[in-house]
Design a protein around this ligand. Sequence first.
Ligand code: LMR
Length: 341
Amino acid sequence: MKMFSKFVAAAALALAQSAAADPAGCDAGETVLKFSLVTSLNGHPKGEAALAYAEAINAEMDGRYCMEVYGSSELYADGPELFDAMNRGEVHFAAPSMSKLGDFTKGFLLFDIPFIFDGPLHVLEFLDTEAARDLLLEIEDDGLVGLGFWSNGMRHLSATVPMRLPGDAEGLTFRVQSSSPVTLMAMDIMGITAKKLAFSKVYDALASGEVQGQQNTWSNIQSKGFYLEQAAVTETNHTYLGYVVMASKVFFDGIPASDRQVFIDTMKLVTHERNRFAFEINQARRQDILDDEGIIIRLAPQEVQAWRDAFAPILTAFRDEIGANLIDAAIRSNAQTDPYN
Ligand code: LMR
């Protein structure tokens, strides 16, 4: 199994590198499309998915459209300025974290509930349900067209103190990516002050001591060096980080229906292809942290249970606000067998 995972990860990275090696190189007469990301491109689940999408679109629609992918917040942070730029039709595609979309629709808060999903594959099961797909429609009133869900992986916690139990970092300040009330309740349970910061600001905030901890996936923690400023990363797997891939509605509504269909069909293919690799890529980035002598704390089953117990009131508190149907559909996805476990 270990050898297999390594092989898959290597194949995934090779694929991404070949995509990255082909910059868009737009020709005269082509409509240039901007895809804005905050994360790294190579070796990152979202970056690689965006590169693969651009490569497929640029091959399929050669001479008509030319997609350029911008990583590491080069264009925008995934916040109001991005959505404004998409509403103006200046940025055409983006894939912000679902946690950023709780302001648009409460349903997305579901993904911030700790331990609602047993693992990343269960989330993929859930994302394939009608209940999840309906969430994509709800951003349309905000001038955004939801095209699909891309996976990153499970989040882990890190701090300037090693953490084994929920109270171990009490009194510290942690960076959070949104003001999701679900996340704020989780931080409160841990006795932590939450500070909302853009992804591009996290490393400096950790290095300067402005915040002393954070939560993210292996690919984000490794690619942006967060682990370098922390005593340890605790492998909590407590929440899922995934993305809504979206197009600017003003752009999308303005192109021929046959072109829209190509963007939609290509998204389906790329999503199916890339989401399968997200887990392996994160495991490869986890190994990179270990190879760089970063400390990863693995929890014993009774410690995991202590985290689950501490966070259990969150689900009860938000059940009505998020919607019992959605929550039940999410929990049902845990009944599927997860080959990664
Ligand atoms: C974060 O802000 O931590 C993440 O949303 C970044 C990302 O897009 O993975």
